[in-house]
Design a protein around this ligand. Structure first.
Ligand code: PLP
Length: 290
């Protein structure tokens, strides 16, 4: 059973898994979620993902269930799916209730876990590099729903992605209201210049990506100079190398910005070293030494 979906204590496939139409996750995106993968059957960075899920829930005043409930449900779902490796999505909605915005109308939080066979992005994106477009759609303000909250309301990012797709790019890069580069629709962005690795500072309004953090740690251990900065669109256009990070992508090189080549339009040496180091990290997770 490669696709298994946990809803309200039961396990289903994608045809039989259902949630009530009055669930606020469906109605309003009134939910929080996390995505990760397994390697060697073990969830990658589960602890930081669950911590972020709890922080997201707290930020939107959603009274999330205790962590062991989620961990047990995840173990049950993974085991029922029985995939060599899986994609994992953990969703907690505020629950169902009478129509209306008042959060107190919700009955109780609903846990949904989707486990599917892991499908990584096509290999040519890693070999040849991806393209990004710096889009007009702005990342929402930290004083609106803070982009640090991984909520089920992704319309902002959907619009950004659609704009990039229309421009023929693989991923969109959004700026904040001040015009500073913040992040992709489902990824964090890094720029390398003279072997210094830079990424937008969290204070500029972006998701504190788990892979971003992991890559910063790996790069620090490898002796690289790292900076979290106010990043401008020109910092991307004039970089020596660019790459994206996310839990399912890992580290992915970027070779074009708005159709223009980054340097020689080949994945750079720093990026390739970080890709290899991230693979080594995954290999350690797989054998249980991390
Ligand atoms: C908006 C956004 N930024 C960054 C990321 C990357 O975060 P992570 O490394 O935790 O997967 C994601 C992942 O989906 C995302 O949706």
């Amino acid at each position: 059973m490669p696709i298994r979906i946990y809803v309200d204590g039961g396990l289903f496939d994608e045809k039989t898994a259902v949630i009530p139409v009055f669930d606020r996750g469906f109605l309003y995106g009134d939910s929080v979620y996390e995505v990760t993968r397994t390697v060697g059957g073990k969830p990658v960075d589960l602890e930081p993902h669950l911590s972020r899920l709890e922080r997201s829930a707290e930020a939107i005043m959603l009274p999330i269930m205790p962590r062991p409930v989620i961990m047990n449900a995840l173990a049950e779902t993974l085991s029922a799916a029985g995939n060599p490796d899986s994609y994992i999505r953990v969703i907690v909605t505020r629950g169902a209730g009478e129509l209306g915005l008042d959060p107190d109308l919700a009955d109780k939080p609903r846990l949904i876990i989707v486990v599917k066979p892991l499908k990584l992005p096509p290999g040519d994106l890693y070999r040849d590099g991806a393209s990004i477009a710096i889009v007009g759609v702005r990342r929402n303000l930290r004083r609106a729903v803070d982009p640090a909250v991984k909520s089920g309301n992704y319309l902002n990012n959907i619009m950004a992605f659609a704009e990039a797709k229309r421009a023929g790019a693989y991923e969109s890069i959004m700026c904040n209201a001040e015009g500073l580069v913040v992040e992709g629709s489902t990824s964090n962005i890094f720029a390398v210049k003279d072997r210094v690795i830079r990424t937008p500072a969290l204070e500029d309004g972006l998701l504190d990506g788990i892979t971003r953090r992991r890559v910063l740690q790996i790069a620090c251990d490898a002796g690289y100079a790292l900076e979290q900065v106010h990043m401008r669109p020109d910092d991307l256009r004039l970089a020596d190398e660019l790459f994206l990070t996310s839990s399912v992508r890992g580290v992915m090189p970027v070779v074009r910005v708005d159709g223009m080549p980054v340097k020689d339009a080949r994945p750079g040496t720093v990026t390739r070293e970080l890709m290899a180091l991230y693979d080594q990290f995954l290999a350690r997770v797989a054998v249980g030494t991390l």
